[in-house]
Design a protein around this ligand. Structure first.
Ligand SMILES: [Zn+2]
Length: 128
């Protein structure tokens, strides 16, 4: 499992889903940025690479503030998207089963947020 540029902080969240979905199917997590001039199309997707292997892409970053060298991460959206895409590893279609998996994964995420004492996950910034 590879965490491509900027996605390493999501590792504990991904790992927390191991009892809910088959994580061994996931080969990498990547992040992308939507230019400010473009309309946002999607928050993420799960790509089938063949041989039962998958890649997850997440829209992770917003505005890049060069003066502070901080990237705005849409943390809440990222976690919801990650839970949604991880659920695809077990249930590909958008069935009630899929959303149940997504909800179970979000519950795992809340435990990590509690442990880390994150007060407000709506928007969070990290140093790049
Ligand atoms: Zn989906």
């Amino acid at each position: 499992m590879k965490y491509l540029k900027g996605t390493g902080f999501l590792e504990p969240y991904v790992n927390s889903a191991k009892t809910v979905v088959p994580l061994k199917k996931l080969v990498r997590l990547r992040a992308y940025k939507v230019p400010l001039t473009k309309t946002i199309q999607t928050d993420g997707w799960c790509n089938h690479l063949g041989n039962g292997k998958y890649e997850i892409s997440l829209r992770l970053w917003g505005r890049n503030n060069r003066s502070t060298r901080h990237e705005t991460i849409f943390w809440e959206e990222a976690l919801h998207s990650l839970a949604h895409e991880l659920a695809h590893l077990k249930e590909w279609d958008h069935t009630p089963e899929h959303y149940e998996l997504q909800a179970r994964i979000m519950l795992k995420f809340t435990r990590i947020l509690r442990e880390q004492e994150v007060p407000d996950i709506y928007i969070n910034a990290i140093i790049i």
